[in-house]
Design a protein around this ligand. Structure first.
Ligand code: SF4
Length: 546
């Protein structure tokens, strides 16, 4: 079968299993291809991406169609839009929504499979504009600087409609003039003009945030039957955004500041409409759901409605018997909590202010309520981490395991403890952006150590991220514009991307080391809610890190 037909067949198979897809006639409308640079199953569980789809298609003059990274093994089919099966070269604007840095490479691959020039400077006036947004870019967009015509940095609810109005009005303008006309929109960053400047000379870009969450509620506007990710099997609703806690390593906690909550009256009609459409399972989305002031009220309302729901991760200090009972009644079988470190010393250092008693109490209450599966997240490779800190992960897991075994309602009930230990990645715009990445050798040794400790424990499943993958993520997180050269080489020599990554990782000691405090970081032109001075002050307060 020819490649183009193979691509069309795959697209039509996907869309026939969907609910909520928008199929518009193109005639006279401004066509946008909205892409998630990973496979369909991953993209369809992403609320940011789905929100953009809703926002764009709400405009009568715009037709927005989705595309994803083709999932064709070595033989990649061409990238076509899902709704009408057109190639990306047929639209006026290609807009990527990116949540994870590791998908940066996929942006280049998609452009390549679409027959478009990778470098923005090489694209012709008739080619579509290429714009990039999503949380990964408002953490650090720089590795994609050579490839994007514009970045849309920040929360897009108000910004994207403003950009679209300018694009609609400027259809007869030259590309360079059109891009310049966007520069007044908050959060728009034009990498072409910035490329010629040093970090110090880049004009500051203030990152916009949505001030009134009640005006727009991100939900699963398109759902898929039985094919996509576990997340997209539920109807997702964003409850709140940001987090008031300020753990020093957490990018979500800083780039989504200030912490904002939706009112219950704005959420209930959304749930009710979805229930009327037959949805019976809801995913409650928010980085700080436990801090949502109406959480119990919302959960008990959902229980009374007879639907199931599952929350994103919850802080143990927000869990009490009443909330756990509501979660159980809502069908929650697994509780996800993130102590992040085994020792109180390290938890205190990163401002994850939880004591052991709180963690153990929450575990006991959960199992007494009838929730027998717990997922625990830990970080490895935090600055100043010692073998004793790793031992403390083992002791904490052992104590939780014993509590779960001792307090289950009957000996016949089996328990499952999943322990996920992931390398610490220093993230831009957090106080720990200056801290060192632990490095491959150290992480490999620590992983072996943890495997020896935890593998013998029954009922405990251990998950650990490959240190090479973590190192690659660390490079992309703190990379500057030059990282684009490596991405380009990887796409141009696709036979050896792993070898290129491994070579680059070996040559990136300075990127992994603690960063000097007196030199502006490459992304310092971006102004988030927390100033660079405040971040530095927080970092210096950490003591052993700095
Ligand atoms: S780790 Fe969790 S509690 Fe801490 S700032 Fe991030 S979202 Fe908030």
């Amino acid at each position: 079968m020819p490649a183009s037909r193979r691509g069309k067949t795959a697209s039509s198979c996907l869309i026939t299993g969907e609910r909520g897809a928008v199929v518009k006639e193109w005639g006279g409308r401004y066509p946008v291809a909205l892409g998630y640079p990973n496979v369909y199953q991953v993209g369809m569980g992403n609320l940011g991406f789905l929100s953009m789809y809703a926002i764009l298609n709400a405009h009568p003059q715009i037709v927005a169609e989705r595309f994803f990274l083709p999932d064709g093994g070595q033989k990649k089919p061409p990238v076509l839009t899902l709704e009408s099966g057109r190639p990306l070269s047929a639209v006026r604007l290609i807009l990527f929504s990116i949540s994870f840095e590791r998908d940066y490479l996929h942006v280049l691959e998609i452009l390549k499979y679409s027959g478009l020039a990778l470098l923005a400077d090489d694209r012709q006036p008739a080619d579509p504009l290429v714009m990039v947004g999503g949380v990964a870019t408002f953490i650090n967009p720089l590795p994609l600087s050579f490839f994007a015509d514009a970045f849309l940095l920040g929360e897009g609810e108000r910004q994207v409609p403003q950009v679209m109005e300018l694009l609609l009005a400027g259809q007869q303008m030259k590309k360079s003039e059109l891009l310049l006309s966007l520069s007044g929109v908050p959060g728009v960053y034009l990498p072409n003009s910035a490329r010629k400047k040093s970090v110090e000379d880049c004009a500051p870009v203030k990152i916009p945030h949505c001030s009134d969450l009640d005006r727009f509620v991100p939900t699963s506007v398109v759902t898929t039957a039985g094919f996509a990710s576990p997340l997209s099997a539920s109807y997702l609703v964003e409850i709140n955004r940001g987090c008031p806690r300020g753990c020093r390593f957490c990018a979500a906690g800083f780039v989504y500041r200030p912490f904002r909550n939706r009112s219950l009256p704005s959420l209930q009609p959304i749930f009710e409409a979805a229930m009327e459409n037959g949805y019976r399972h809801f995913g409650l989305i928010g980085s700080a759901l436990g801090d949502y002031p109406h959480l119990k009220e919302l959960c008990s309302w959902l229980v009374r409605k007879g639907v199931a729901f599952s929350p994103a991760s919850l802080r143990v200090d927000c869990l009490d018997a009443e909330l756990l009972e509501l979660l159980r009644a809502g069908g929650v079988k697994t509780l996800t909590v993130a102590p992040e470190a085994g020792s109180f010393r390290l938890r205190k250092l990163i401002h994850k202010q939880l004591n052991e008693e709180q963690i153990l109490t929450a575990s006991r209450l959960a199992v007494m309520t009838g929730i027998y599966q717990l997922k625990l997240y830990f970080l490895m490779g935090l600055p100043s981490e010692t073998v004793e800190d790793l031992d403390d992960i083992f002791y904490l897991v052992s104590k939780i395991r014993k509590i779960m075994l001792d307090h289950r309602q009957s000996k016949q009930k089996s328990i499952q403890l999943t322990v996920s230990i992931n390398p610490f990645i220093p993230k831009p715009h957090t106080p720990m952006q200056w801290a060192a990445f632990a490095g491959l050798k150290s992480l490999q040794e620590k992983q072996q150590y943890m495997q020896k400790l935890l593998r013998p424990l029954g009922n405990v499943k251990l998950e650990m991220e490959n240190p090479w993958d973590a190192a690659w993520q660390a490079m992309l997180s703190r990379g500057n514009r030059d990282m684009g050269r490596l991405l380009l080489a990887m796409v141009e020599r696709p036979q050896s991307p792993r070898r290129l990554i491994r070579e680059a990782i070996k040559n990136s000691a300075s990127l992994f080391a603690a960063q000097p405090l007196d030199i502006p970081l490459p992304w310092s032109f971006m102004q988030h809610h927390t100033s660079a001075e405040t971040l530095l002050h927080m970092y210096q307060q950490l003591g052993p890190c700095s």
